[in-house]
Design a binder for this molecule. Structure first.
Ligand code: G3I
Length: 350
């Protein structure tokens, strides 16, 4: 019997079974007390975006979500191009799969996103109508979709990316055909369809553009003064490892100063923003990325707990990221779903 135990110990040591590593850091590290912790220890809802195809078919992806995540966002399955087959016609299959998986496992779902200038179905992009007809299109879509998920989602990204980096309104189909009032109307329609859902404005760039940051915060304050039902700001935070922590803090605290909830809604930390084909994910790069994740979590924890809606990373493993064409390694888990240093950076921040 002792020989069997000895063999098992030697095998485990030699197999490099390591839980704190990524591809380049695998040094057969021992399990540590840290490894029995999880991201569920976060002092806020920790979440991830997920591709429903992976959720259905990839057991490693599912296991990471079940062990680590308290919140899920559909990376694409709740966008207009995924849901809308035509006026009043919907395909709920993938979105319902995610919502049902989350409900069965007591995981929060955050809806992404009702109105955006991208991911539009062809019938909307080619729609020709007057202002009232565009408002009716928007109203019917929002009421159908928010109504379908009523009571099952904690909140929605009602409007996504309505501003340019210079603080002017983005000339989206919604802005072009309805005017800036489309934003107020979208939040009102969503609130009417599900009064209990928290309603967010979601965007990128608050960490690098003062003009955009100021425009968003001014809009939110103005909406609140006019009793438009807005509950939060989603800061996407698609950043790179060179972005200073002071930028995260400035953006997060500016958002919190409006009095609404704050969601770090799409965090990933690119390590190859220059898109160098020869880039390698070295231990030094991993450490720098770890500090970015740790700093973001610390920055989020600098605001009142009641305003902290949580931190969502934009994907599970590096293999799933929208960023990996260049190459890049932006997420918490490597392509084999092993924890990276970035993961431990979050643990250290709690
Ligand atoms: O599902 C179709 C498939 O049927 C088709 O064969 C294939 C090739 O055309 O396209 C597939 O759809 C793609 C979809 O991802 C699902 O994989 C779209 O072309 C592609 O444009 C889409 O990219 C997504 C992008 O948003 C645009 O919707 C990315 O995965 C997603 O990570 C990205 O996420 C956005 C957030 O929603 C908003 N903030 C920025 C963030 C990054 O761009």
């Amino acid at each position: 019997m002792k020989q069997i135990i000895l063999f098992f110990c030697i095998f485990t040591m030699l197999s490099g079974a390591c839980s704190g590593c990524s591809d380049t850091e695998r040094e057969g590290k021992e399990e540590t007390p840290e490894d029995i912790r999880s991201l569920m220890d976060a002092p806020y809802p920790m979440g991830c975006a997920v591709n429903v195809g992976l959720l259905r078919s990839n057991e490693k992806c599912r296991q990471v979500i079940l062990k680590e995540m308290k919140s899920l966002t559909a990376e694409n399955a709740m966008k207009m191009e995924a849901l809308s087959l035509g006026r009043g016609e919907y395909n709920w299959t993938d979105a319902d799969y995610l919502v049902n998986f989350a409900a069965q496992n007591k995981i929060r779902v955050h809806g992404h996103t009702l109105l955006w200038h991208r991911a539009l179905p062809a019938w909307v992009s080619s729609f020709e109508g007057n202002r009232e007809e565009w408002i009716a299109l928007m109203r019917n879509y929002i009421k159908d979709v928010v109504g379908h998920f009523k009571g099952k989602l904690s909140g929605w990204d009602v409007v996504n990316e309505a501003f340019e980096d210079n603080g002017t309104y983005r000339n989206t189909v919604w802005y072009e055909h309805i005017g800036k009032e489309y934003i107020d109307l979208a939040f009102q329609f969503a609130h009417e369809a599900d009064p209990d859902a928290l309603l967010f404005y979601n965007d990128y760039g608050m960490e690098y553009s003062k003009a955009k940051r100021d425009a968003i915060c001014l809009m939110i304050k103005d909406m609140k003064q006019r009793n438009i039902p807005v509950d939060g700001i989603g800061l996407q935070m698609h950043i790179d490892m060179y972005r200073p922590k002071s930028d995260f803090i400035q953006a997060i605290q500016a958002a919190a100063s409006t009095g609404v909830k704050v969601h770090i809604s799409e965090l990933d930390v690119a390590v190859n923003p220059e898109k160098k084909p020869e880039m390698k994910f070295t231990a030094n790069v991993a450490e720098r990325q770890k500090q970015s994740y740790k700093g973001m979590s610390e920055a989020l924890q600098s605001i009142p707990v009641a305003q902290n809606y949580g931190l969502t990373v934009w994907g599970v493993s590096d293999a799933d990221s929208w960023l990996t064409a260049h190459p890049d390694w932006p997420l918490l888990f490597d392509r084999n779903y092993a924890k990276k240093s970035a993961y431990y950076g979050l643990l250290e921040s709690f």
